[in-house]
Design a protein around this ligand. Sequence first.
Ligand code: GUN
Ligand code: ZN
Length: 444
Amino acid sequence: MSPVDGSARVVRGSVLTYRDDPAIVGADRAVHFLRRGAVAVDGDGRIAWRGPAGRLPERFRSLPDDDHGECLVLPGFIDAHLHFPQYRMLAAPGTDLLDWLNRFTYREESRYASPVHARAAAEHFLDRLVQHGTTAALVFSSVHPGAAEALFTSAQARRLAIVSGKTMMDRNAPEALRDDPVAGVRDSVSLMERWHRRGRLRYAITVRFAVTSTEAQLRAAGELAAAHPDCHVHSHLSESEEEIALVRRLFPVAKDYTDVYDRFGLLGPRSVFAHGIHLTERECARLHETQSVVVHCPTANTFLGSGLFDAGHVGRPDRSVAFGIGSDVGGGTSYSMLRTMGEAYKVAMLCGRMPTAHDLFHLATRGNAARLGLGDEIGTIESGRWADLVVLDPTATPVLEDRHALSEGLEDTLFALAILGDDRAVRATYVAGRRAWDATSGTS
Ligand code: GUN
Ligand code: ZN
């Protein structure tokens, strides 16, 4: 992909961003909405100004101007958990998580031993992200250092905010997907030195899950995390009952699944764990204490039959565990953060909760940015933040158009997009001010 143009520009439309969490302070205080708004982007790709289009300062008036009319202009979506080497294996059925891993996933990931395959796949994967309006993500790669290298290289060229790392896994997986504790750390350090904080990229020390690492590897990963507190830790936790039972057998001394990671120093404010569906009180309290983060991945949880993430339980105010939202492609069934929000709504309803559209859109933008420690860089439309923007058309499909005719206002429009929308609703995506995707020209 080559960017279609430079960064400095004006983007017009109905501009929506969140100042705060609507679930905490209420929508009136959290939502910032300008029906005919404008965002001015500087030559570096950062937001220089945001305000009513009619008050655009003189100095921006000669810039290229993209007018998206009635469409919504939001901060680009942030996907807090998905898998690059699973980019084309969505919709692979399994009786449960472990069956799905053994039957399809490991076989597909083995292909990433080839740097040629990985380089081509990285382009396809990142194309999918921007086509779906996603401009930043925390991404699992495969065990192969060359695959992480390919992903970082492509993301750097596109100026995408990607947090990723080579996956460490040294047991309970096919030979072709196993490293060892020494090689795992050596390759991680070498990638970290090359890519961490280079441009918009960050490194995540990545342990697949407790099942696929020996104690020696978990210890080595914990030591690496202690030596590099600025890097993320990324793993999976408490996804399925079968997985939890297996972890109990593999680590009989640990109090529970969370304690396995805790014993090796893998909890902390930069530690992000996908799922966290079946967490006990003790685990929630410990995750809260260490400020660790979990990521709700609703389309994967329903698809693999793993269970229902109860945000009321996880987020209980006296010991709330911070959580984000992710697609978990390819266990998840869509790249679309709109679909992911829609599924999160349905899972919440099954748990007796009813999130608002603002809760969901906040989570996929400002909320996820905060969960990933990137809140000063992305997630809102404010001066100084990167100009990562998604433009959504609330009338993109015939069904959305019919529904939009009944819309009772902004929140209702957002709700319809979350329940009925997908990539067809994404009219354009801007990454650091450059148009990375345009639905009309198909640029990507
Ligand atoms: N647990 C360990 N590996 C995986 C994976 O690839 N996907 C999901 N959903 N869970 C996992
Ligand atoms: Zn995952």
